[in-house]
Design a protein around this ligand. Structure first.
Ligand SMILES: [Mg+2]
Length: 335
C-alpha cells in the first residue's frame, strides 16, 4: 500500500469526519431503508439535498436519527479507547450493553448478542449462525471506521483487527473480508490527498481468495471509466445487505463524486440498504474530506442526547489523542 504524508492538523479532522460521517450517512439513509431505486427517485428526486424541493412530491430528505450502524460504530470506538486498542471480549460486551431494539438491528446480530449476553464466548457465538456458516452481511463493515482510523498507518494490524472485530458478529469469510475492504478504503482515505491509484491499492489489500470482491472492484473501475448510470451501478455492484453487495457500492459512491454531500446523496439515492451504504460512504468520504466538509444543514439536524452528535465528536477526539500518544510513545522507544 502506498503511504503518503498526512499533516497532524488535518488528521484530527479526518478522524472526526469519518465518525460523524458514518452517523450522517446512516441517519440520511435510514428513512428510506429497503426502498427500491424507483421509489426513492419518485419521493426525493435525485437526492440532491439542496435541490430536493424541486422533485414531484417536494419532500426534503431528513438527517435525524441514526440506526444500529452508528450505535455499533460507537461501541467499536468506546472499546478501542478504553483498552488503547482491540480487546475482543470487551468490544463484544460493549455491543451487548449498547444494543437498543429501536436502532433496527438485524435478527442475526441480535441473536449473536443474546448468545454473548447469556455467557457464550465472543469467539464462538457468531459462527453458529446460518447452519454454522456465519453471516456475510455488511454489519461488520458498517461499524469499522474507528478501527480503520486507529490502525490506518499499520496495514497488518488494520487487517487483523478488522477480521477479529468482524468475527464478533459476522464470521463468514465474505463478511470479514468486506469489513477488511471497508477498513482499507477508510485508511486510504485518511492517507491520500488524491483518489488516483486508490482502487489499485484496494485490490492489493484483498486476500487471494476474495474473488468476488476483486471482481466487484473491477466492475467499479469499468463503471468509473464509462460513467455508468445508476441502474448499471445497482445491477453490477448491488445495494443489498450482503457485504459484497454494498461495500463496493460505497467505495464507488465515494470515488465517482467530488465532495461529501454528493457522495452520500448518491449512495442513498440508489435505494436498497440505504442507511448502511450511506454510513459506509459517509465514513470513507469523511475520512477523505474532513469534518469541515460535512454540510451544516445535515449536522444541525443530527440527534443529540446521551450518545448523540456531541458524544460522537468527543469519541473521535479521544480516539485521535490515544492514537497520537501511543504513536509518540512508540517513537520514543523505537525511533
Ligand atoms: Mg441500520
Amino acid at each position: 500500500m502506498t503511504v503518503a504524508v498526512t499533516k497532524e492538523a488535518d488528521l484530527k479532522s479526518k478522524f472526526t469526519g469519518a465518525l460523524i460521517g458514518t452517523a450522517v450517512g446512516d441517519a440520511l439513509g435510514a428513512p428510506m431503508e429497503g426502498w427500491s431505486f424507483e421509489k426513492v427517485r419518485s419521493v426525493y428526486g435525485n437526492c440532491n439535498y439542496y435541490n430536493s424541493y424541486s422533485n414531484k412530491k417536494g419532500w426534503k430528505m431528513v438527517c435525524r436519527y441514526y440506526t444500529d450502524d452508528t450505535e455499533m460504530m460507537i461501541g467499536v470506538a468506546e472499546s478501542l479507547i478504553r483498552n488503547n486498542g482491540f480487546d475482543g471480549a470487551d468490544m463484544a460486551r460493549t455491543f451487548v450493553q449498547n444494543a437498543k431494539r429501536k436502532r433496527w438491528y438485524g435478527p442475526g446480530t441480535m441473536e449473536v448478542l443474546e448468545r454473548i449476553r447469556a455467557g457464550e464466548s465472543w469467539e464462538d457465538a457468531s459462527g453458529k449462525l446460518f447452519d454454522g456458516e456465519g453471516s456475510y452481511g455488511n454489519g461488520a463493515a458498517m461499524r469499522i471506521a474507528p478501527a480503520a482510523l486507529f490502525y490506518y498507518d499499520n496495514p497488518d494490524m488494520l487487517r487483523e483487527v478488522a477480521y477479529k472485530s468482524s468475527h464478533i458478529t459476522h464470521s463468514h469469510r465474505l463478511g470479514t473480508e468486506g469489513a477488511v475492504l471497508q477498513a482499507f478504503a477508510i485508511a486510504l482515505a485518511v492517507l491520500r490527498r488524491e483518489k488516483e491509484g486508490m482502487l489499485a491499492d484496494l485490490r492489493e489489500s484483498l486476500q487471494d481468495n476474495a474473488y468476488i470482491y476483486s471482481e466487484k472492484l473491477k466492475a467499479v473501475e469499468t463503471l468509473m471509466a464509462k460513467g455508468g448510470g445508476k441502474e448499471d451501478v445497482i445491477a453490477e455492484l448491488g445495494t443489498g445487505e450482503a457485504a459484497f453487495n454494498s461495500v463496493p457500492t460505497a467505495i464507488y459512491s465515494f470515488l465517482c463524486t467530488d465532495n461529501f454531500e454528493d457522495a452520500v446523496s448518491y449512495a442513498v439515492s440508489l435505494g436498497g440498504d440505504t442507511d448502511t451504504i450511506g454510513a459506509m460512504t459517509g465514513a470513507i468520504s469523511g475520512a477523505y474530506y474532513g469534518a469541515e466538509c460535512i454540510p451544516d444543514e445535515w449536522l444541525s439536524q443530527l440527534e443529540e442526547g446521551k450518545k448523540g452528535k456531541s458524544y460522537i465528536i468527543w469519541l473521535a477526539d479521544e480516539l485521535y489523542y490515544r492514537y497520537y500518544f501511543l504513536r509518540l510513545k512508540f517513537c520514543e522507544t523505537f525511533c
